[in-house]
Design a protein around this ligand. Structure first.
Ligand code: MG
Length: 467
């Protein structure tokens, strides 16, 4: 499982990394009491097989059933729900075709024309001039993701979210509740479709790795169940690219060795694979045989929160950098307050015109959720960095870590901090009612010259959606 770092660009480790963009901060639906009762019963029933396993101390006595649910072309699907005229068209989410960011998601129609995620937007525009490019709306994706996870929670409490649009579910012993696990998979697909308007693909197997490969293989809008004992046979004919962890770089290495399918990989002598790839070789071989005991683990609370943006053109102007940093600090601060969190560490991220990227951090004397305190810390780090390096800046970001919900000694807080925090909350209320532009600091006014505004804030270039 990938580890998460601040600015890691990946939500898997529980980071609240958000590309800059509008944010509603709204959460989930409120389940009716029947749902709460049903969920309680499900949890009770679901605990039984797990308990049995523990008591027997023999995990092999129970055949695990793991389900992997993955929303199809997630960002694009949300856009198509909001803008039905995009349905059936080649759509690219991530920014304008002349922007410098990368493709965050492509519709199946765009994929057929050679466009894929992480491809530079300009390359996508060249390959597919007829593609429709949309900026993306991260707040909508987060909101839809929360609803998706809430739907899954109605089926099992054992959920391991992977990013915004996929999750592993441990559904061992759930047959009696849903008829069969396959029927449960179809019920999930149906509920996701009717409540979110999006297709989900489902894989069911005895392990996470096989369930994931099965859901990938079933796309779009499919369901594949691999019967216990049938894992190796299911995997054997599939291209090795289907294996998690084998990507653009490693695939050619295997191909040079004549390993094209997962089946040939599984037949490689363990020693040769170990020689070639160390312990990872053995792990890959086990996965190729469908052997994977890793448990479904509920995700930990987010440990970091950050905002960053790439400029349309590299920036030398210190005022612009500071104004952007101020704006990003305000978005981070608003995120903290919305989540009732306080942070102790502030991290600045800079990417220069030559793509060299640095991060600098500092620890605050007191935990805070105040925009001003976060910005001041970030500004000090920025000024120190700019003194040392004169290159133009391509990307700037600010993040916070070291969270607590109530880890502060109020008696140690000075008047200024308390006043700042009170002011932030008042500003949040006004912005919540009248839009971000209703109140701006002198510093962020500078951004009016550079970016368009909408009711939720500045429309920064190349929002660099994390997934
Ligand atoms: Mg997906």
């Amino acid at each position: 499982m990938p580890s998460c770092s601040l600015f890691g660009g990946d939500l898997r480790g529980g980071s609240l990394l958000q590309a800059e963009g509008p944010d509603t901060g709204k959460t989930v639906r409120n389940p009716p009491i029947q749902c709460v009762l049903l969920r309680f019963l499900l949890r009770l029933c679901a605990c039984l097989p797990a308990k049995c396993r523990e008591n027997r101390g023999d995990i092999t006595m129970v055949t695990r059933r793991i389900m992997h649910v993955d929303l199809d072309a997630f960002f694009v699907s949300v856009e198509q729900v909001d803008h039905p005229e995009l349905k059936g068209k080649p759509v690219v989410v991530g920014g304008r075709p002349d922007a410098r960011g990368v493709v965050a998601a492509a519709s199946y129609e765009a994929r057929a024309l050679g466009v894929h995620s992480a491809m530079p937007l300009r390359t996508a525009a060249r390959l597919c001039p007829q593609c429709i490019f949309v900026e993306g709306n991260f707040a909508r994706y987060s909101e839809t993701s929360r609803k998706f996870m809430a739907i899954l929670a109605e089926f099992t409490p054992f959920i391991e979210p992977m990013g915004l649009d996929e999750a592993y579910l441990d559904v061992t012993g759930f047959e009696s509740l849903h008829g069969t696990i396959r029927q449960m998979g179809y019920s999930i697909k149906k509920m996701v479709r009717s409540e979110l308007g999006i297709n989900a693909s489902v894989g069911i197997a005895n392990s996470k790795v096989v369930a994931k490969i099965a859901s990938d293989a079933s796309k779009p809008d499919g369901l594949i169940e691999v019967a216990p004992g049938g894992e190796a046979a299911f995997l054997a004919p599939l291209p090795i690219r289907r294996m998690p962890g084998i990507g653009e770089k490693t695939e050619p290495v295997f191909k040079r060795l004549g390993i094209v399918t997962i089946g040939t990989l599984s037949q490689m002598p363990a020693e040769s694979l170990k020689k070639l790839l160390g312990n990872h070789g053995e792990h890959l071989r086990n996965m190729a045989l469908g052997i994977d005991d890793s448990p479904v683990q509920a995700r930990e609370e987010a440990k970091s929160m950050s905002r960053e943006t790439t400029f349309g053109e590299d920036v030398h102007d210190r005022q612009v950098l500071e104004a952007t940093l101020r704006y990003l600090s305000e978005r981070v601060g608003a995120g903290l307050r919305r989540n009732g969190r306080f942070a102790r560490c502030v991290t600045l991220k800079l990417r220069y015109s030559d793509f060299v990227t640095i991060t600098r951090n500092c620890t605050l004397q007191q935990m805070t959720d105040a925009d001003g305190v976060i910005f001041d810390a970030g500004l000090k780090l920025l000024r120190t960095a700019l003194l040392k390096e004169k290159k133009a800046v391509r990307l700037v970001g600010i993040g916070v870590t070291g969270f607590s919900e109530s880890g502060r000694q109020l008696s140690l807080l000075d008047d200024t901090t308390l006043r700042l925090e009170k002011l932030d909350k008042a500003v949040d209320r006004i912005r919540g009612k009248y839009g971000f532009g209703a109140i701006q600091t002198g510093r962020t006014m500078k951004l009016k010259e550079l970016f368009e505004e909408n009711e939720r804030g500045y429309n920064l270039h190349t929002p660099g959606l994390s997934r």
